[in-house]
Design a protein around this ligand. Structure first.
Ligand code: XIL
Length: 547
């Protein structure tokens, strides 16, 4: 298997044992990595260089907002936005547009103009049509509506475009938002259209309200393509419900973009952190946010609100209390947050790799997108019709065959070998039109136990008495073999620790694992008990078995 060892070495290099830029990492995964940008700073070589080399997507921090781009009823100021587009084209980057409808940074002529609803309807229609048409083919995605939802309780903000006086749909809920999306779609049918907001990154009352709007829009065919999660975070932000929030939008057929991520930390007057450990805490949040996004194929862009601490809105916004919110420091040097992003990219399974000229690999096991030893995966590509084997080489250098379940010209489904070492891996499809390989990564997941009918006699568990008279229980599941010494496998039966006799492959069914435990004598015959397995600190589901 020398060839696969060679491929693995290449994979490890690709996985970043060398210094990498964010852009190289994101490109490898087919992901967009962006930053909010100010074209007035392009004249500074360090700034221009960082934005060109680290990012493959740019978004104007302010220059496409109404107040800048449409300063008088008859004037459009496209020059700063055009500079961003030109810079992006020179550097092979995409441009994300921000934004068309927002309650802030609107030109004074609009807010102070005493217009009627029907005049405002005309103004907003013309604004959206003119701006979106101007950038058609140059801006690939727009934040059509920004921050329409207030915080607590979540409700549509009372504002000029909605009901003060609004564009003719005051009191009609999200109708004005819908109208903006319809106008934007008409102006550029190829642009992706997003609703963008803050404080709605994880599952919470505000994101529930936005989700309800998205669900309604999808059901009625309103041209909404995605949701922007701003993710202006602080060190107390809890991201445990970020994945489920992303997941539910994707389930509606929407994309998710992380649009404005920064993590503010308290700073002293001299600009250094109040608590030196905060830079590391910040890095943990960056890594959690990015690796969560990378688990979902539909989370397609990850953008920070700037790139360097030299230029960030946070010090101004917090009156100097907080700062240091971005991945590069004020001298453009990588901070722990930057390294955490690199790590997150390197740890990601190849979920978003381009489908042409390669393959993309999707976990079919669970909704998380983890490629787990023993898990089911789908491989998408082209010319796969004659695929005869899928080989996976893990970091030990050993190649193992994945069990093929389905093969077509564009898709191969298979089960990953259960005894893979978690970590960097190389996945190769052989026997198709041409062999194709991707560097990927598998992760350890919690063990899973099957349950059948709760009687203890099904596939899930079997009670056996051996010749010596010991009553023991055979449990069946996944995620046990190849991970652990038997000493690290702990089983509780009815809350009582049960001695483990065996933990490893089941033997007959490939990929299935088995654990044999001695049943505590005091519990035999007591009826239904809860059983739980812990392997290396990872806890399984709880199954009920009658003993
Ligand atoms: C901010 C800019 O960063 C600042 O320069 C400007 O003064 C105010 O706006 N949510 C958004 C962004 O959608 O447009 C905001 O940008 C930050 C909060």
């Amino acid at each position: 298997m020398t060839i696969h060892r060679t491929l693995l070495v290449a994979a490890l290099v690709a996985l970043g044992l060398e210094a990498q830029t964010l852009r190289e990492e994101a490109d490898r995964l087919g992901m967009l990595v962006g930053g909010a940008v100010d074209p007035e700073l392009f004249g500074q070589a360090a700034y221009a260089n960082a934005f060109a080399t680290q990012l493959n997507m740019l978004e104007p921090e302010n220059d496409m907002k109404f107040g800048v781009i449409h300063p008088s009823p008859t004037t459009y100021n496209f020059s700063p936005g055009d500079q961003i587009v030109a810079f992006a084209q020179t550097n092979g980057q995409k441009v994300r547009g921000h934004n068309l409808v927002w309650y802030q940074q609107i030109a004074p002529w609009v807010t102070g103009g005493n217009y009627t609803a029907s005049q405002l309807n005309q103004i907003l229609h013309d604004h959206i049509t003119t701006v979106v048409s101007h950038y058609a083919g140059q801006v690939f995605a727009w934040d059509v509506v920004n921050e329409a939802m207030s915080d607590s309780p979540p409700a549509l903000r009372s504002e000029v475009w909605y009901d003060s006086p609004g564009i003719g749909f005051a009191g009609q809920g999200t109708k004005y938002i819908e109208q903006a999306f319809v106008w934007a779609r008409a102006a550029d049918p190829n642009a992706l259209l997003f609703y963008n907001d803050y404080g709605a990154d994880v599952v919470n009352a505000k994101s529930n309200a936005i989700y309800a709007m998205a669900q309604d829009f999808r059901a009625r065919g309103v041209p909404l393509d995605g949701i922007g999660l701003q993710m202006h975070l602080s060190l107390s932000s809890d991201l445990s419900q970020l994945g489920p929030n992303i997941q539910r939008y994707i389930a509606l057929g929407l994309q998710v973009h992380i649009t404005e991520l920064d993590v503010q930390i308290p700073v002293k007057a001299n600009g250094t952190p109040v608590n030196p450990g905060d830079l590391q805490k910040q890095a943990t949040l960056y890594q959690a946010a990015l690796s969560t996004c990378l688990r979902y194929k539909g989370c397609t862009a990850f953008q920070t609100w700037g790139l360097t601490d030299k230029y960030s809105w946070i010090p101004g916004y917090t009156n100097g209390v907080d700062g240091l919110a971005l991945p590069l420091d004020a001298n453009y040097q990588p901070k722990p947050a930057f390294n955490a992003m690199i790590t997150a990219y390197q740890n990601a399974a190849v979920l978003n790799a381009p489908a042409t000229g390669g393959i993309s690999v999707i976990s079919a096991t669970g909704g998380t997108g983890l490629l787990a030893p023993g898990g089911l995966i789908s491989i998408y590509g082209s010319g796969l019709g004659n695929a005869s084997s899928v080989l996976v080489t893990d970091s030990s250098g050993t190649s193992r065959m994945a069990t093929l379940l389905y093969v077509s010209a564009t898709q191969v489904n298979c089960m990953l070998p259960a005894d893979l070492l978690p970590g960097p891996a190389m996945l190769s499809v052989n026997g198709g039109d041409s062999p194709v390989s991707v560097a990927t990564r598998t992760e350890t997941v919690a063990p899973g136990l099957f349950t059948a009918d709760g009687t203890g006699q099904g596939m899930a568990a079997a009670i056996t008495v051996d010749s010596g008279g010991t009553t023991y229980l055979e449990l069946f599941g996944t995620g046990i073999r190849g991970r652990s010494d038997i000493a690290n496998v702990h089983v509780t039966v009815g809350g009582v620790a049960a001695p483990v006799l065996y933990a490893g492959p089941q033997g007959q069914f490939y990929g299935l694992d088995q654990i044999n435990v001695v049943l505590p004598a005091s519990l035999i015959g007591t009826g239904s008990v809860n059983i739980e397995v812990e392997v290396d600190g990872r806890v399984s589901n709880v199954v009920q078995v009658v003993i």
